[in-house]
Design a protein around this ligand. Structure first.
Ligand SMILES: C[S@@+](CC[C@H](N)C(=O)[O-])C[C@H]1O[C@@H](n2cnc3c(N)ncnc32)[C@H](O)[C@@H]1O
Length: 281
């Protein structure tokens, strides 16, 4: 799989408010005649509008539009190498069959759409604070036929999450997937939101935004949850999907590279099955 990116033209398209995509393409069809322009815009059009399938991992088969294309490189999300260190953990969480999934920080929807495909019986809620990203997530959900099964919402604050979780009985069987750039510090406070003691939580920690978060979150949940910490690791050529096994090593390594501002470890926190939790008191 190779994806070409025409760069500037695509970036201009992506900068348009959602409702303007189609009219702008219509205008292009009427106004432009030159072959070079036609080719460039044709590529931009395809890159902007054509969804590609995720090739491997827990979300294999999910259709995803490439919203951040890099010239001639497939994206880690399409390769299925994005957050590959979580693949086994996500499989295990899916096998536990949560009855409700709440994704906080949905971005373009890989997790919420992927989990809606894997868990057709569950209730799905997705929070994304930025309207353009929420629109992209909804578009990806439509492409995958799961839009009517995901309740898309805007910014998630501690009150909305407290209302979502409710009491112990309501919170049980809920899986929270939280990747929100440091705001996990505000959201994951079981002293203020007792339902959290009964939810399973997959959280990406952002110590570059919240000093000490790697210690504070585990400490808050130590009494109520079994906690597994998962570190990021370097990608290797063995991580490539079979379809791309022949890709040259340099291109492959560049394609799998994820842009991160520093180490962001993950925690998988499962409520303990025995013992008294605060909301049971
Ligand atoms: C790094 S992205 C998440 C990527 C996503 N986990 C994925 O793998 O596709 C973080 C997103 O969280 C959103 N965000 C941050 N805090 C939020 C909040 N409290 N409620 C909703 N969205 C939030 C940001 O707008 C951003 O799109």
């Amino acid at each position: 799989m190779t994806q070409s990116s025409p760069g500037t033209v695509t970036r201009v398209y992506r900068g348009l408010p959602p409702g303007l995509f189609q009219p702008v393409f219509e205008l292009r069809r009427r106004l432009l005649r030159g072959r070079a322009w036609e080719d460039g815009l044709g590529r931009a059009h395809r890159a902007a509008f054509r969804p590609l399938r995720v090739l491997q991992g827990p979300f294999a088969g999910t259709l995803l539009r490439d919203d951040r294309p890099r010239r001639d490189l497939p994206s880690p999300k399409h390769l299925g190498t994005y957050e590959i260190e979580l693949a086994d953990a996500v499989e295990a969480l899916v096998a536990e069959q949560p009855r409700r999934v709440i994704v906080i920080g949905a971005a373009e929807g890989l997790y919420t759409v992927g989990l809606a495909r894997r868990l057709p019986e569950a209730e799905h809620v997705a929070y994304e604070g930025l309207p353009l990203w929420r629109w992209r997530a909804e578009r990806n959900a439509r492409d995958n036929g799961v839009a009517d099964r995901i309740d898309f919402r805007g910014f998630c604050d501690p009150n909305t999450l407290r209302r979502d979780l409710g009491d112990a009985a309501a919170a049980r069987g809920t899986l929270i997937v939280c990747d929100c750039e440091g705001y996990e510090d505000e959201l994951l406070r079981p002293d203020e939101n007792p339902g959290l003691a009964h939810a399973t939580i997959l959280v990406e920690l952002h110590p570059m935004f919240r000093e000490g978060i790697e210690e504070t979150i585990p400490a808050r949940f130590a009494a109520t949850h079994e906690i597994e910490r998962i570190e990021q690791r370097e990608r290797t050529l063995d991580d490539l999907p079979a379809e791309l096994a022949g890709l040259d090593a340099d291109t492959a390594m560049r394609a799998m590279r994820e842009t991160r501002r520093g180490a962001t470890p993950f925690l998988v926190m499962r409520p303990r099955r025995t013992g008294v939790t605060p909301a049971d008191d």
